[in-house]
Every structure is written in structure tokens, then in C-alpha cells.
Design a protein around this ligand. Sequence first.
Ligand SMILES: O=P(O)(O)OC[C@H]1O[C@](O)(CO)[C@@H](O)[C@@H]1O
Length: 442
Amino acid sequence: MCDCESNRSMDVKTPRNVYLSGFYKRSFAFYTIKNRMPVIITSLLDNLARNKLKLAEKYEEEAKEEIKTVIGQLSKLKYEIQTNKPLKLLSSQAADAKIYNEYITRQANEEGHATYFHTIWLLAECYMYRRIWQIFETMSVLKNFDPFQDKKEESFFTALPLIEQMGKYLWDSIHDSTTPSEDEFVQFMKLNLWGNKCDLSLSLGKVTEENTLFDISSLDKQILSDYSTDIWKAISACDSSSDIVDIVFDNAGYEVFTDLCLADYMIAKQLAKTIRLYVKTIPWFISDVMTHDFHWMLQQLKSHENHVLQNLGERWQSYIDNGTWLIVESDFWTLPFDYTYMARVDQNLYKQLAEAKLAIFKGDLNYRKLFGEKNWDPTTSVDQALQNFNPTKLAILRTIKADIVCGLEEGIAEKIEAEDPKWMETGNWGLIQYSNKIVEIK
Ligand SMILES: O=P(O)(O)OC[C@H]1O[C@](O)(CO)[C@@H](O)[C@@H]1O
């Protein structure tokens, strides 16, 4: 019996207003740490073992030895998770490691350590991905190797039929002569919301085909809180002093394609002049977008036989070349804590977001970080649950894949729970939320 099964964990659901944690056995955090995280490492181990020869060919012979070391260290990491060992301090020399280590030290229990099941879920899960990266970081030929790259590329290819449909829809919209309309903008936003269903950490690295995501009209009833009109007002208001929109990306593949369709719609219809696209700097939650994934996708589009995709690829490349779209890297997005820390830990990033007229946050992990990784009463207002993380107006688009939610009307959570007991884990329900409460920092 591992420590997580012993009486040190409580056989209850997560109480209200506390941090999500594997400490509560009837939570998605417990299920994730016990089952999903080890499976993710197992599938990484399988992939590496399977591709050893290919990697040795691509990198040098030396890669073979390094893969052995990586496999050994990943297996150790998996064992540490399964046996609920303390989170070891990172040995990496990178700047973020110091911040991780200080935070891990602050989370220590009375026995002087934080363990996977008995600390904040967000820390345990982010830490796993940071530890995976540390293993590669210390290699010599594999030090820049993204172990999830194959999966991300596969997910793009699998989604191509959808991408073609979406691309055509965008192409037609930007080439009609009409002014932007609320209906059209909201349609792009909803397509973008449902794109968040395509996430490889939820499917445990399995690439699946989602055929239903382009014809989304029937999905409206699955949007449990919909502030699309407020977001439209914020983006179309003439009184804004800024013409920058920020998008904090989530997943590569179909989702990021829909992010860019929304971004292009805003540029083409003059709702924004500049769009800043925030990417991750390390391989993250399997499918999160890094700079190289972005460029890889543009390359795929530019060389695709479908003319619309080719044209979009060229058009988006020109946005990058002339600075209409800016790819922004920041280590902050892969730190292990929620966004209330941003104003203290990365003031510059907070101030940068404050320059935008709207910041769009994508996906489930961003949701957990925006709302402090706490089990709010579902009727808690969005503004309250943000706990003063309000650099600018925020649009929050997320399909629900973890047991945290806020901003719902009275009775909704109970109704959906009765209809679909797994509603917080499947990504079948969506949220389009908004906050216009702005908190400046000096
Ligand atoms: O890609 P997203 O939408 O941020 O989701 C990331 C994943 O993180 C989790 O929140 C935790 O693993 C999942 O529920 C979800 O699969």
C-alpha cells in the first residue's frame, strides 16, 4: 500500500475553498496523481524505447547512451510519484529552478517536505513536467529535445480535416467586405473554445480524432457560462487606448490553429493592430505550444497542397515578419503556482499584460492558475475567484477538465452534476468568462 492509500489521505471530496490536492481521495487531483501522471511517464518511456534507433540516427550515437540515462531517471521519477515521495529540490541551474525550490520549501509539512499526494495538486503536476525537463536539460546531445514533439505533430496531422474546414471558414470571412460583427466574432471564439477539447494530457498522450468540433451549433447548451457579448463589447469598443490583444496559448495542433483564426479575424477586421502570442519555454503538459511548434505549424501550412492553408501559412508568416503578431516567451507560465503570484514574481509580465485591451486565456490549466487552484463554490463570482489578478480585461475560454469552477448561476452545477457526474473531467462542458475589473500595480 502506498502512502497515498494510507489513512494520511482523506476519503472525501475536496472541501470548499481549499486548494485542490491529492490529499482528498475523491478528487480528480487524487485520480490524476495516482493514475494519469504515472501513465504519462510510462507512455514517454515507451516512446523513447521505441524510437531509440531513430534518435541515434538523428542526433549522434551518443544519444543511445543518453536515452538509457533518461529512461532510468524517468523510471525513478515515476516511482517517486507512485510511492508519494517528497518533491526533491531541482538541481537545474536555470533561473526558474530557484523559484521552484523556494516554493517547494515553503510548502513543506511538519515533517519538512512536500509530497506528491499531500501538497497542492498544481505544484505536484507542474513539478512533474519540470522534473522531466530537468532530465533532458542535463544531457548533452538531447538537451534541447522536446519529448512530446512527435505527439504534437501527430495531433496536427490528425486534425487536418478540421483544420481545412476551419481555414476555409476564416478565409471566406476575412475576404468578405463586411465590417466585423458580434455574431461572427463570437462564432470564432466558440470554435476556439471547443478547440480546447483537443488536449493530449487529458487523453494521456493519445491522439484522437474529434469530428464534431467544427459544427458547433449544437454545443451552445454545453456552455455553462457565456459572457461572449461582454467580450465582444470590450474588443469592439472605440474608446480603448490600446490596440493590442494578448492570447495566452494552451495546446498545439487544432487548438492553436483556432487561436490563430481568432487572432487573424481580429487583425483582418481591425479589432486589434497587434496580437501577442504567449508560448511555453519548456515541454509542458504534453501538448502545450512552444515557439518551435508554432514555426513548425507555419511551415506545414505553407507547404500544404490545400491552397487556403498555404495562403494562410504565408499570411501568418508575414504577420510574424512584420511584427503584427509577436511570439512572447516567458518562464512564468511554467512556474508551479497560480497567477496571484505574477504581480510579485514577474511584475514586468503583469505590466505587459496591462498594456493590452484584452487578454485571452486559453484552457484548463490556465483556468486553474487564474482561479487560484481552489475548490470554489461554483457560484463564487469570477472577480472574487481571481483574487485581484486583473492586469487588464480578461476573456477566459476553457473546456472543463478539472474539478474547479466559478462564476456559474445558482443551481447550474447541481443540475449538470445530476445529468453528467463526470462533467468536470471530460472537456464536454465549456465556459466563456470575462472580467473587466482592472487592478494596477505601481
Ligand atoms: O490543456 P489544458 O486545457 O490546459 O488541460 C490540461 C490538463 O490539465 C489538467 O487540468 C490536469 O491534468 C487536466 O485536467 C487537463 O487535461
